[in-house]
Design a protein. Structure first.
Length: 239
């Protein structure tokens, strides 16, 4: 992992949009997560709560005052049979073997589909105010394979954003809902460009996303421009 340099917010990106993303992430600060699960040592299902730990990193935000770490509390449990202590189930918010929470990882995977890893690092900084280094993004791309090829997106003020992430962030499921529910906020930031393919996805051939991912990984290594779409018909995709 390369050394993290000091980062600042991009003055050319509407701060209202970045602050909306960061406000959502801050909503997790201090939350306690971790559902009960069977004892991983002996399999006993009768367990009781046994304190918590506060050191699980959710995200790192880039602010006007520097980095701001968002952390959550992990509920601990103790087995009634063997007295083993362990963390609760955090699969709802975290992927296994990932430093950051699922929303951050999903953004890394989304942007890694069409950009070099160092460019993904800049995109996360400039569009979301998130700190993730390029080595971590590359590890996620290699860990999750063809999930990187997800193309479901919208464009807001020239920024390509994952509609899946926007749905989670704003509680909407379509571009039209986003326009309607947040018309005032978009107008206040003078954001008049909002296009995408949120309601329909292209009818791709079976296995096309995996082929696209492998092809783009080859192109990335050879310095070529990535393909935007897997094989399939684009005739029904709204633009």
């Amino acid at each position: 992992m390369h050394e993290t340099e000091e980062k600042t917010l991009n003055s050319l990106v509407p701060l209202g949009l970045i602050h909306a993303f960061q406000s959502w992430f801050r909503g997790f600060q201090g939350q306690r997560v971790g559902d009960p699960r069977p004892c991983p040592k002996c399999g006993e299902t009768t367990v009781w709560k046994n304190g918590y730990r506060t050191d699980r990193l959710f995200a790192i935000l880039i602010t006007e005052d520097g980095f701001d770490e968002i952390t959550v509390e992990i509920q601990r449990y103790q087995c009634s049979e063997c007295r083993h202590s362990y963390d609760g189930d955090i699969g709802e918010l975290f992927y296994e073997d990932c430093e950051y929470a699922k929303p951050v990882v999903d953004l890394c995977l989304f942007h890694a589909a069409k950009n070099p890893f160092h460019a993904c690092e800049r995109i996360l900084q400039n569009q979301y105010g998130l700190q993730v280094d390029r080595d971590t993004i590359q590890r996620y791309a290699e860990l999750f394979g063809d999930e990187v090829a997800e193309q479901h997106s919208v464009t807001i003020a020239g920024c390509i954003l994952s509609m899946n992430f926007l749905s989670l962030l704003f509680g909407v499921s379509t571009v039209d809902e986003l326009k309607t529910e947040f018309a005032d906020e978009l107008a206040a930031e003078d954001i008049d460009g909002l296009v995408g393919v949120a309601d329909e996805t292209y009818p791709a051939k079976k296995g096309a996303k995996k082929d696209l991912y492998e092809e783009n990984m080859r192109r990335k290594q050879e310095g070529e421009n990535p393909k935007k779409w897997p094989e399939g018909s684009l005739s029904d995709v709204p633009i």
